[in-house]
Design a protein around this ligand. Structure first.
Ligand SMILES: C[S@@+](CC[C@H](N)C(=O)[O-])C[C@H]1O[C@@H](n2cnc3c(N)ncnc32)[C@H](O)[C@@H]1O
Length: 263
């Protein structure tokens, strides 16, 4: 092989390694550096532990897991009899992070698998699953696809469904920002209406409240918002919207809902 060709390949690889990639998984981690969700989510699991008994749950499927850190934590703390855990995620870097997390042996005795597909194209895992996790994924799903998903879920999957999502654009600075940038607004109440409509009943609901401060956003925070808006808005528009919202101290609070539904 020509030595110059080899040198070019090595240099290209080194450049790739030096420049952080603008993928969803990395930018989401940068976004979370501006909030306290890691700890509010974990406190919320502590609160749940005394209220629910999921010792009957043997199988679980989680959608839009990203790296899966939080879904794995949920399973570790609340699903003591779990035997099979499937993650459904389509972002390639998140899938890599998921595999690495599963290799770490955080779920001993649990058979783990990843389905590299979308929630909309999911065709089931072959047999009913006891528990379905949907943490912070509905932002990405159209309302009509969400309804179709719940119908499929009711027929083919879960006895218990756990949802975490933002409350509304009034109560969530994330949704407020996205609304300000032209993204269609949705509310937790609408998600709940859709899942109740297919036959599930709500057995528990609690709030997750915390702080997010995007003032003086890093380039990565801006890129994350740009990615979520499918690159239809400029960095300048994003920075202006962030400055407007996060200059108001009462808007630096986010309100999410964690809700549990059963058949
Ligand atoms: C905001 S992140 C949430 C990650 C994790 N569940 C959490 O709560 O931290 C949303 C994740 O959903 C994934 N996602 C987006 N649309 C999806 C779809 N239609 N089907 C499956 N996953 C999807 C994204 O790739 C991303 O990893």
């Amino acid at each position: 092989m020509d030595i110059r060709f080899l040198i070019n390949i090595v240099m290209l690889l080194m450049t790739e390694m030096a420049v952080p990639q603008d993928n969803y998984c990395r930018l989401l981690a940068e976004w979370h550096k501006r909030d306290d969700y890691w700890s509010t989510f974990r406190s919320s699991l502590g609160e749940l532990a005394g209220k629910v008994d999921f010792s009957w749950v043997k199988s679980c499927v989680a959608f839009g897991t990203g790296s899966g850190d939080d879904e794995i934590e949920f399973a570790r703390r609340l699903l003591p009899s779990l035997r099979a855990f499937t993650a459904v995620e389509f972002d390639p870097e998140s899938v890599k992070a998921l595999h690495a997390n599963f290799r770490d042996g955080q779920l001993p005795g649990v058979e783990t698998s990843v389905m590299e597909t979308s929630l909309e194209s999911w065709t089931g895992v072959g047999s009913p699953v006891d528990c379905v996790l949907l943490f912070n994924v509905f932002f990405h799903v159209k309302p009509e696809d969400r309804r179709a998903f719940f119908e499929k879920c009711y027929m083919d999957a879960g006895g218990v469904v756990v949802i975490i999502d933002d409350e509304s654009a009034d109560a969530s600075n994330f949704l407020r920002l996205m609304k300000r940038l032209g993204y269609p607004e949705y509310t937790y109440k609408e998600i709940e209406g859709d899942i109740l409509a297919v036959g599930y009943r709500r057995v528990l609901i609690q709030s997750i409240v915390g702080k997010r401060d995007l003032s003086n956003p890093s380039e990565d925070v801006v890129k994350f918002v740009e990615l979520l808006r499918h690159r239809t808005v400029s960095h300048e528009e994003i920075r202006t919207a962030i400055a407007e919202i996060f200059s108001q101290p009462d808007l630096c609070i986010y309100h999410k809902r964690l809700a549990i539904f059963e058949k």
